[in-house]
Write a new protein. Sequence first.
Length: 470
Amino acid sequence: MIREKEIIEPKIPLIEYREPTGSVIDSYQVDLYEVTITDADEYIVKDVQISEGDFRSIRELLNEYLYTGTPLPVLLKKYRVSEVAKRIVDRELNGYSILDPALKDKFILDIHAVHDKPVKVLHQRWGILKSNIVFDPYHLNNLLSKLATRAGKSISAKKPYVSMIDPYTEHRVSGIMMSDVSMGKVTVSIRKKPENPWTVVREIKVNTLTPLEAAFLWQMIVAKMAIMVIGPMLSGKTSMINALLGMVPPEASVMTVEDTPELLVPSPYWTRTISREAPEEGESVSFFELVKLSLRLSEDYVIVGEVRGEEGRDWAQAIMLGHGGLTSFHAGGPKEALNRLVQPPINISPQALNELKVLMVMHPLRSRRGLIRRSSVHLHHSGNLLELFKFNPAERVTQDPGEDELREYYKKHPALTLAGIRMGMSPEEMLEDLRLRERIIREALEREFEDYKALNSWLYARYRELSGHA
């Protein structure tokens, strides 16, 4: 294992600028950095510029700090470095080194670094991009060691890998250090904690949802109908779940189960849980155990970030018992999802699977403006699927059902019949309620809601005002 005092090499890591090879399609400022994106899938960062004098001072300051333990404020005063140089010091000691611009870029979701290779980033708008950020093995190894230490995790030649939540940022960090296990490679992967969760208003504005579709999903959430969001990678499943969580009743008790803290719930009665990996037997806490716990806590809604294994059975058990439920599943479509859910390692029983009434499919598409996302909504009963909100691939739009179609479905489809029973409404009342919610959603579009909690409070206050009941 590389010792802590080897963190500082003669060369302070900086981002080497290179001219883009593709045509510029986007550019913006991130803190002190300039970011350029090209049609060749490049993410080019222009690092801060410092003088040779500052560069030497930073190197001497950091070496003295590590070898003598002199307090940093004392050293900063002693070496009289510029404000920009102080930022370099801060990102080396307290931050993510040359990953700093990607960590501060609100559009970056994931970061993947392998030493001596360009760092790859997942951009919310442009998809997977290759950057001009390159680590040597020593600095990347030391970054992983530093992050593990501050998270209270051990990493060594005996156990050269780690997965943790950074206590400073709540980002999920996983990595493997240079060792015989990794064949001399160092790899670090970072899943960033979202800064501002998506809302239904935002999803409508980018045409991922229609106002009527959002109103329908709101109604299904209130009826505690189980909803599964399905799609491939980069399809926006987690963003959509966050948007839907913004329509959960504000006084509902909600438990979320995740491996990375990405979901945000506006309810004050929110129990947030994260699975834990531990080297010692008996110290780990699995998805499966947390979902089982949610049943004992009698939560109104049980939200699982993503179903992958046996936790799916307990989530299905929760929705069978009347809990509201939201989750995501990696699949290409609803039929594939239903088939895989009843097979190992998930093994949901057909009876429990029948309680999954609403499947929402995310459709990621490439465009000149980057990645766009569309959706469709399917109703499920006894293995049969009905596409209620249809995705039109030719026109790249989501199409609403007509009034007559809706009236017929509310009268006859078992999923909507059950929703009506749970809400104590007839089919006609359900249809009227849907139109009221659509009206409220359209009013919300005219307002600028920056905060998801404010939107949630306003939706329910407006609904009570117009309907006369909660």
